[in-house]
Design a protein around this ligand. Sequence first.
Ligand SMILES: [Zn+2]
Ligand SMILES: [Zn+2]
Ligand SMILES: [Zn+2]
Length: 177
Amino acid sequence: MAHAPAASDGTAIFEQAEHDHAHCVDQALHVAEAICTREGARLTPLRRQVLELVWRSHEPIGAYDVLARLQREVQTDGTDGRPAAPPTVYRALDFLLKHGLVHRIESLNAYVGCAHPQQDHSGQFLICQECGNAAEIEDDTISKAIRDNARRIGFTVDRVTVEVSGRCPRCTGAPHA
Ligand SMILES: [Zn+2]
Ligand SMILES: [Zn+2]
Ligand SMILES: [Zn+2]
């Protein structure tokens, strides 16, 4: 079987049901290390672990689920001994957000890993209401159009996140055009 490429390229997540997700995770952690080094930030073991948990799939995960999984892992792992407290997890998620390593999906109150945090961009997501997967698309013209329209009416934009809900090709069973 051919080596499946990482589905880090937006909608490829929907197309590649059996993609090599371990590769997505490896790549994400590798890029995260590089970004933190460049920005003089420290990817502590906890922050790294939280990032790994967010990257466990392409389905956005809530902070509470991250915490629950983290506590489970620490207990079985036995490396730390002390279960992580909620504020610690929120701080770790804030750190990852600040460095663009994850995006926050407001409509789901959840987080999803960013596949290309090296590039300055605003998140645009196609979110499947059936399987819960979220694919990030990148089209500068979308955020530019939003910013231009906002400017026209004197609205100051802090952040542009586009969240589109619907159903992915796998869930509709429709062949991808
Ligand atoms: Zn993947
Ligand atoms: Zn992104
Ligand atoms: Zn789906």
